[in-house]
Design a protein around this ligand. Structure first.
Ligand code: UDP
Length: 375
């Protein structure tokens, strides 16, 4: 079948593209490389079953693009900055890709009459008051705090997706993805595992924000991909909203000690202020995923970290590419707001690439109005 994966060059996206190709499907990856790198998908371009459409999912689709993207069986919408560092840098873009971008992709699914899978997030639970978090929990989220443009836009993406399911009977599925890690993460992406590994390998102090007693539950990438693949491909799951994550909950302090020891490092730890609204605890209840998808994580934290450390060790650019890991409030001030029509109503390059070509015809560069309706 033909699968469209938005954000297909990102950490999770690239793994998912590869999985669908391995299973014999056709994949069209949409990405604007705002937080990802082309080299993540470069090797897939040699496959006749893979195509890359470099574009922002917010901008309305041209007729040519609609026809190129037609006859898809599934759209998996992953496009969005996902690490706190990136979604603070791209704050407005994050709010828009999860609202307008989701609407645009739902419209595409509606016109294709195809399945739509939304990559949502554990962040929709905010700083949870219920533990562990099951899908019924509605969350404890700030509408205006420093994480709100991510959390609330993902919540709105879930709302839009559920609306298309109820109103138009679209086959939609929503995955609430908890913290995920593994090979393929960018060294400088700002999340805790790359920060700790790169620091430990360089014998530089590991930066613990707050007192380190806050918890997260870390899922290895291959487990997450298996869960997402099952959610996207199994029949009979229309309207499903499901947590995907590993319920093995650890404190950040404990994670720092484990990574230091697995790296054989002598690095110390340094305590920095906790970013505002940093959730205190996070752990998925995966009862529903286990029942519906016959799925549960298989890779333990230690084994997953060993594989991830190995990946970072073999990357030549690790040390040079890392920003000093500091709480985002300190080094990532909010971007200067630019009125969106100026920012977005601009030359938009939509380039369909397959081995550097566009099915034999030249690449197009189009000028579009941000304000025009998505269909
Ligand atoms: N964190 C930390 N040091 C770092 C990066 C993150 O102590 O160098 C903490 C962060 O404050 C949070 C947890 O680790 O409590 C997970 O952060 P991450 O950015 O990986 O993901 P989040 O779950 O917050 O989206």
């Amino acid at each position: 079948m033909k699968v469209i994966i938005t954000g297909g060059a990102g950490f999770i996206g690239a793994h998912l593209c590869r999985r669908f190709l391995q299973e014999g499907h056709e994949v069209i990856c949409l990405d604007n490389f705002s937080t990802s790198q082309r080299d993540k998908v470069e090797e897939m371009l040699s496959s006749p079953h893979f195509a890359l459409l470099e574009r922002d999912v917010i901008a309305p689709l041209s007729d040519a693009e609609k026809s190129f993207l037609g006859q898809a069986a599934v759209i998996i919408h992953l496009a969005s900055p996902a690490s706190p560092k990136q979604y603070h840098r791209l704050d407005l873009e994050t709010a828009l890709v999860n609202s307008l971008g989701t609407l645009q992709m739902l419209e595409l699914a509606y016109h294709n009459r195809c399945r739509f899978v939304l990559a949502s997030t554990s962040e929709i639970y905010g700083n949870p008051l219920v533990h562990p978090q099951s899908e019924q929990y509605c969350g404890n989220v700030s509408t205006s705090g420093p994480r709100s443009h991510y959390d609330e836009s993902k919540r709105f993406a879930e709302t839009l997706t559920s609306l298309y399911h109820r109103k138009f009977e679209l086959d939609t599925r929503i995955a609430r993805i908890f913290n995920t890690y593994g090979p393929g993460m960018q060294a400088g992406d700002g999340r805790v595992i790359p920060n700790f590994i790169t620091a430990a390998l360089a014998n530089r102090a590991l930066t613990i924000y707050g007192d380190g007693n806050q918890t997260r539950s870390f899922c290895y990438i291959s487990d997450l991909i298996e869960g997402l693949f099952r959610l996207a491909t199994r029949p009979g799951l229309a309207g499903t909203i499901v947590n995907l994550g590993n319920p093995d909950e650890r404190s950040i302090k404990e994670l720092a000690a484990l990574i230091t020891s697995l790296c054989g490092s002598t690095a110390q730890t340094v305590y920095l202020p906790l970013p505002q609204d940093d959730p205190e605890r996070r752990c998925p209840d995966i009862t529903l995923a286990t029942r519906l998808l016959d799925w549960q994580p298989r890779v333990g934290l230690k084994d997953g970290l060993i594989a991830t450390i190995d990946y970072f060790k073999t990357r030549a650019r690790v040390d040079r590419s890392v920003d000093p890991p500091t709480p985002f409030g300190a080094i990532f001030p909010p971007s200067i707001p630019v009125p969106w029509p100026n920012r977005w109503d601009c030359a938009h390059e939509a380039r369909c690439r397959r081995n550097g070509s566009h099915g034999g015809s030249p690449c197009r560069s189009e000028r579009r109005s941000f304000g025009s309706p998505p269909r």
